[in-house]
Design a protein around this ligand. Structure first.
Ligand code: NDP
Length: 335
């Protein structure tokens, strides 16, 4: 059984040796347990949060433990009622080929028997990132037709879906992303109304040009100076769905507070942080709509798939370098 374990807590960017690749015999399912074989490992910015011992929304991964990660796989041994070999399931059993799971303690979500998407679609569209885009935008952003929505990390897994849901809801959508090709993709292929390449444009000047009347909704994935430029242009009663702050997950020391924060006050804006796990009871609602929109050609998802569990530690770094377009994942094994 190949496993990635947290060898030490990274300081700054994830470094060589922070994660170690180890081998151990494959575990056997005990009473009440199933054994799963990993097919896909999702690569998520929150992996970096879990590697740190900063105050967070779940316990940090302990040094020496298998790295936590969102996974999709197949049951290959079962001593638990309701699960049979061959069942496709998703869970969080981590960066390894095989795991045993006590399903009374950690239930595994079964993929529908009438699958309509290829397997990566269950990570990229109706997995955690789809849920995040859907509830963050609809519940917190509360988009109204004609409003202006700005989304950062717009060519990433969450951002690319947020912009398309915003279009479905009748918003004018501006995306901020880190390359000309990403900007081309979100405007020409996903239907965003405008895009800003923050690496070679002045974000404030570009927002003035593309959103001259200001911003009603900020779907915030990044934080830092980009968020500050958005705050400066909030409209009255704006909503800020605070989804992520990826620009500071690798920070080594204290992080500066947001620029132009006073505009949250002046414009009577609402800012709400959220963690998608809290919406679990409502996931079926989002899955239903996302699948229907996808079938109707109203929403597309993009996958960025790297082969081989051995490449996971190098792959997760791509999230912090802008090396991915759409949902980044590792294909660990074939079905
Ligand atoms: P993405 O697929 O969007 O990948 C991350 C992207 O962020 C990169 O491709 C890069 O794109 C951009 N980025 C990285 N560093 C910076 C930086 N310093 N400044 C600006 N942009 C940067 O990842 P996800 O879609 O999985 O996640 C997006 C955000 O959503 C993250 O903040 C994540 O933590 C958050 N999230 C929150 C959840 C919740 O429950 N609240 C659940 C899931 C995700 P580029 O080339 O444009 O720089």
């Amino acid at each position: 059984n190949r496993q990635w374990r947290l060898a030490r807590r990274p300081v700054g960017d994830i470094g060589e040796g922070d994660l170690e690749f180890a081998q151990s015999p494959a575990p056997q399912a005990g009473p009440g347990q199933v054994r799963v074989r990993t097919l896909i490992l999702s690569m998520d910015p929150t992996n970096r949060i879990w590697m740190s011992d900063a105050k967070q929304y779940m316990p940090p991964v302990k040094v020496g433990d298998v790295m936590r990660g969102v996974t999709l796989g197949v049951v290959d041994q079962s001593n638990a009622d309701g699960y049979a070999p061959g069942d496709l399931v998703s869970g969080m059993w981590g960066w390894q080929d095989y795991a045993t799971v006590d399903v009374a303690k950690m239930p595994l979500a079964k993929l529908p028997a009438d699958r309509t998407l290829p397997l990566p679609g269950y990570v990229a569209l109706v997995g955690g990132v789809g849920m995040t885009a859907y509830f963050g935008l609809l519940d917190i952003g509360r988009p109204q037709p004609g409003e202006t929505l700005v989304v950062s990390a717009a060519a990433g897994a969450v951002g690319s879906l947020v912009g398309q849901i915003g279009k479905i809801k009748g918003c004018r959508v501006i995306g901020i992303a880190g390359s000309a090709e990403k900007c081309r993709w979100i405007t020409e292929e996903l239907g965003f109304d405008g895009a800003i390449n923050y690496r070679d444009e002045d974000v404030g000047a570009a927002l003035d040009r593309l959103a001259p009347d200001g911003i009603d909704i900020d779907f915030e994935n990044v934080g830092g100076p980009i968020m500050g430029e958005i705050f400066a242009r909030l409209r009255l009663n704006a909503r800020i769905a605070l989804c992520g702050l990826i620009s500071q997950y690798n920070a080594e020391g204290p992080v500066q507070g947001p620029a132009n924060f006073e505009q949250v006050l002046m414009q009577r804006a609402t800012i709400k942080g959220f963690i998608i796990l809290d919406y679990a009871a409502r996931f079926p609602e989002a899955m239903h709509d996302l699948i229907a929109w996808h079938a109707a050609g109203k929403i597309k998802y993009q996958t960025d798939i790297v082969q081989g569990l051995e490449n996971a530690a190098a792959t997760v770094k791509k999230l912090f370098e802008g090396g991915n377009t759409g949902k980044l994942m590792v294909q660990v094994a074939d079905l």
